[in-house]
Design a protein around this ligand. Structure first.
Ligand code: NAD
Length: 348
């Protein structure tokens, strides 16, 4: 087996070009070319010394190519992935892997008999904000987590390209929901018992321009996943409650705070004036009963995804991002869309 694997990127738009950047430090994967239906995209590739393939057929027939990286609009993923696997190539595909679970199953059926390995680029598992929440949860830094809110908010609507069109696999559930749900599942690591979702169509008819999704896990842990594109005041990326504290991550700069309840402090409080009434239940805490700290930081290995792709192609590892995990997330997204359509809780 040869040590250096040759790769070609299919679809050299925004994310295709990001893959070129991601591959730069990966010594054992040699990016040799691009194929895109827009010639100016391939001209961009040639500025980096990448060969411009004239057709996808030429890519499939090139025996020097080991790995295809698919970064086309979503509706094209399934057929391009399947033909790549059938041609004996390894394939990396962008998220959302397909438009629905049936399409993904078609790919997985081909995977069963193909020689090539299949990878899905759920790259937001390498976002520092997520990795910090995972560390806080795993190390029980705020006790046992019982509620998680994970949100992304923009205020510019859905971009005016294919993401606005249903037939191209547009909409925010498939675009961002797939990331947030994927990470939530890694974090909680137990099945979902029920969910309720409302998709929003504030300025779109065809696709959702956001959603609010409530989930209850087997053990009773609850979560809210929210994506918005008309939020002129953004909410924190993460709001996490544990039995011994809470944490909030405001944004990607990692601003935020962690509050830990000091052991041996009375839970009771004196009544305070709150609006037009009194309350002791809701009396605010201060630093006499809390340890307030900044968000802990973690070092992120931005090369881990492609190193795993390489080592898996070489037979030394298995995929970090499992097909079964991606399928589960796909089915949750389908259940969420069905919940919104029926305006009903879905029990799984
Ligand atoms: P884009 O519109 O910028 O790029 C898509 C490219 O595909 C364009 O250059 C287009 O000409 C090309 N294309 C269209 N049809 C093609 C075909 N038949 N064969 C070859 N090329 C074709 O879109 P984008 O933002 O780069 O998104 C591409 C994919 O990457 C989508 O699946 C998207 O969901 C995903 N994405 C992932 C992330 C992430 O962080 N993982 C971020 C952005 C986009």
């Amino acid at each position: 087996m040869k040590d250096i694997k040759n790769a070609v990127i299919i679809g050299f738009g925004g994310m295709g070009q990001q893959h070129r950047h991601l591959l730069e430090p990966i010594n054992n994967i040699n990016l040799i070319g691009t194929y895109d239906i827009e010639s100016e995209k391939m001209i961009k590739g040639s500025q980096y010394g990448l060969k411009a393939y004239e057709s996808y057929k030429d890519v499939l027939e090139d025996v020097n190519i080991d790995l295809l990286i698919i970064a086309t609009p979503n509706h094209l993923h399934k057929n391009i992935v399947i033909s790549g696997l059938e041609a004996g190539k390894h394939v990396v595909c962008e998220k959302p892997v397909t438009l629905n679970s049936n399409e993904l199953q078609e790919i997985l059926d081909v995977c069963e008999v193909s020689e090539g390995e299949f990878f899905i680029h759920q790259n937001r598992r390498w976002d520092e904000d997520y990795l910090v929440v995972k560390q806080v949860a795993d190390q029980k830094m705020i006790g046992d987590i019982f509620h998680i809110e994970t949100k992304v908010h923009g205020s510019r609507g859905v971009p005016g390209d294919w993401r606005k069109e249903k037939e191209y696999g547009g909409g925010m559930m498939l675009d961002w929901g797939v990331h947030l749900i994927d990470r939530l599942m890694c974090l909680v690591n137990e099945p979902v018992k029920s969910l309720f979702c409302k998709l929003s169509h504030i300025r779109t008819n065809d696709v959702d321009d956001g959603f609010i999704l409530h989930l209850t896990f087997d053990s009773g842990i609850t979560a809210v996943v929210e994506v918005g594109t008309f939020n002129y005041i953004q909410m924190p990326l993460w709001y996490v409650l544990g039995s011994q504290g809470a944490m909030e991550i405001d944004d990607w700069s990692m601003a935020g705070r962690m509050h830990r309840f000091n052991e041996n402090n009375e839970m009771d409080a004196k009544p305070i004036v709150a609006g037009a009434g009194l309350t002791k239940t809701m009396a605010y805490r201060d630093e006499s009963t809390l340890t307030i700290s900044e968000i802990p930081r973690v070092t992120v290995d931005n090369n881990e995804f492609y190193n795993n792709v390489y080592e898996t192609m070489m037979g030394n590892m298995t995929q970090i991002i499992k097909n079964s995990e991606v399928m589960y997330v796909m089915k949750l997204m389908e259940a969420a869309m069905e919940s919104s359509r029926l305006n009903q809780v879905i029990y799984l």
